[in-house]
Design a protein around this ligand. Structure first.
Ligand code: UP5
Ligand code: MG
Length: 190
């Protein structure tokens, strides 16, 4: 007997590219459960867990939290959801995240949704967000962009080589971006 593996879509893109916004839309239309790795890490800080201070310091510096911490939170959220279709938003952020997730869960993504957006537009969005995120200040935003270019883009390249990347122009208005997203999630006739 083999247990059916869950369907996972990795939702990637730079800081402020609209991952969270579009995931909320996808959930409404396509029955996925949205798991934002960043939201799970921020919840871990708020819960007063023993890792909280370490996570908080790393987020403030725009650094990538050790895989084992993030993967444990993702696995727990997947189990608790009762669903078998997941949007994993903002993870994997580096090669080590990617390899560790695959080794631990034995899950490969169905595909990778990549929100491509110019840095100036992402910066504008983050500076206007006003939701009290400790990493939405210009110093941390610059660090986040640097980590994205150096560590996260190579993950997208890895999946491009496997023809798993579905790239979206994320610089357009929210509704227009979602029109393009819908096409990707809508099953095609043969
Ligand atoms: N907005 C959205 N779409 C728009 C559009 N089309 N036009 C105009 N405005 C648009 O959107 C950002 C803002 O832009 C919002 O105000 C929105 O209304 C507007 P959002 O949907 O929130 O973008 P998103 O891509 O989700 O931006 P976010 O800031 O969440 O991305 P990050 O990747 O930077 O943040 P995340 O929460 O994933 O990670 C934060 C930190 O946690 C990381 O830097 C890292 O330190 C840590 N982390 C890890 O260590 N490991 C992980 O696996 C994950 C995170
Ligand atoms: Mg987000």
């Amino acid at each position: 007997l083999t247990e059916k593996k869950p369907t996972v879509v990795f939702v990637l893109g730079g800081p402020g590219s609209g991952k969270g916004t579009q995931c909320a839309n996808i959930v409404q239309h396509f029955g996925y459960t949205h798991l934002s790795a960043g939201d799970l890490l921020r919840a871990e800080i708020s819960s007063g867990s023993e890792n909280g201070t370490m996570i908080q310091n790393m987020i403030k510096e725009g650094k990538i939290v050790p895989s084992e911490v993030t993967i444990k939170l993702l696995q727990k959220a997947m189990q608790e959801s009762g669903n078998d279709k997941f949007l994993i938003d903002g993870f994997p952020r580096n090669e080590e995240n990617r390899a560790a997730f695959e080794a631990v869960t034995k899950i490969e993504p169905a595909f990778v949704l990549f929100f491509n957006c110019p840095e100036e537009e992402m910066e504008r969005r983050l500076l206007n967000r006003n939701q009290g995120r400790e990493d939405d200040n210009i110093e941390t935003i610059r660090k986040r962009f640097k980590v994205f270019l150096e560590s996260s883009l190579p993950v997208i390249e890895y999946y491009k080589a496997k023809e798993k990347v579905r790239e979206i122009d994320a610089a357009k208005p929210v509704e227009d971006v979602f029109e393009d997203v819908k096409v990707i999630f809508t099953p095609k006739d043969e």
